[in-house]
Ligand binder design. Structure first.
Ligand code: TF8
Length: 336
């Protein structure tokens, strides 16, 4: 009788166990995540949210170690480390990576998005997935698109109110041919340079200007060495939140799912902070004595027309299908 009771109890236990999902699999991991920007940039809050979320999901096993200000190398260098499997993660601009994946150049096309809403819809939708699939092919798993933001021109010479005002300005651009041509096409003397060298180049007047979102002009202290800020919004470049594909393939399904979910959760926080800080950054830049000008509508339209040649020139290198897909999606969205 006793034996039967035990047998029954064991049977019940087995049934119960098999009804439960298998225990989640997490291993102790230290994830090195590098950033070219400083920690007070909205990426700081993004990484913090990502870290807390991963700790929660993995019972403290997955740890995130953040590196700031390019301490592990610039965007391109860190991304190459991911491809060779010597670093886990980077939050990088897409722009310096076009040598690795030419299709990324689509995000560099001047005046592509009109507002954040459009950018979010494209990046979080089918188009973003189209690019993600291509990134996997070159050894990079993109977990989410975070916000770098609309880019604006600063310089030490004069306010830029129309495209002709670019003439002769020595402007640093990212190491990216679409940007190089956008600025050359406006008549500027465009100089490709890694982000880590920009502050000193501005300070020593080796260059006159640069272009970045307000939050970067603020947190990288460019406003301390610049006199004019022109609200050009000439491009919106995203951040990619990349994981090394080589190292990714060693992770359990649970770890992969946690990383994806947390990068998306952190994305929402990072974008929120980016949009809030953007206004605060602009006020701070103004307060420091930088002269800020907006473009009037007519001049903004002229600048947009002038930039069209860059689209024509680069569509074939970026990939005609990718550019067409972007155009179609934008058109669909704008009709609604
Ligand atoms: C640039 C980019 C950079 C970012 C940063 C290094 O101008 O906008 O600010 O990629 O993460 O190079």
């Amino acid at each position: 009788m006793k034996a039967l009771k035990y047998a029954l109890a064991a049977g019940v236990a087995v049934t119960l166990l098999s009804a439960l999902p298998a225990a989640a699999q997490f291993t102790e991991r230290n994830i090195r995540l590098s950033n070219g920007v400083n920690e007070d940039h909205p990426n700081g809050k993004g990484v913090e949210t990502f870290r807390t979320c991963l700790a929660d999901k993995s019972g403290g096993k997955m740890k995130v170690q953040g590196f700031w200000g390019g301490a592990l190398g610039g965007d391109l260098q860190a991304t190459q480390a991911l491809r060779s499997g010597t670093q886990e993660m980077v939050v990088t601009s897409s722009s310096p990576l076009i040598g690795i994946l030419p299709e990324l150049g689509v995000f560099d096309l001047p005046f592509l998005f009109s507002n954040e809403k459009e950018a979010d819809a494209i990046l979080d939708g089918e188009f973003g997935k189209h690019i993600d699939a291509k990134l996997e092919g070159v050894g990079l798993v993109n977990l989410a698109y975070w916000e770098n933001g609309f880019r604006n021109l600063t310089n030490s010479r004069r306010p830029v109110e129309k495209w002709e005002d670019f003439k002769g300005l020595k402007v640093r651009v990212m190491q990216n041919n679409v940007f190089l041509d956008t600025f050359k096409n406006m008549g500027a003397n465009a100089v490709p340079m890694a982000f880590g060298e920009v502050f000193t180049a501005l300070e020593t007047k080796a260059i006159d200007g640069q272009e970045n979102p307000f939050v970067t002009i603020d947190t990288s202290k460019f406003y301390e060495v610049q006199k004019y800020l022109s609200v050009t919004r000439h491009a919106y470049t995203p951040f990619l939140v990349l994981y090394s594909k080589r190292l990714w393939d060693d992770l359990s399904k649970d770890e992969q799912a946690a990383l994806r979910e947390c990068a998306v959760k952190a994305r929402d926080e990072q974008r929120k902070v980016s949009r809030e800080l953007s206004q605060a950054s602009l006020e701070k830049i103004k307060g420091s004595g930088v002269i800020v000008n907006e473009l009037n509508e007519q001049e903004a339209n002229r600048m947009r027309d002038q930039a069209k040649a860059v689209w024509e020139k680069h569509a074939s290198t970026i990939g005609p299908e990718t550019v067409k897909m972007m155009r179609d999606e934008l058109e669909k969205m704008r009709k609604k």
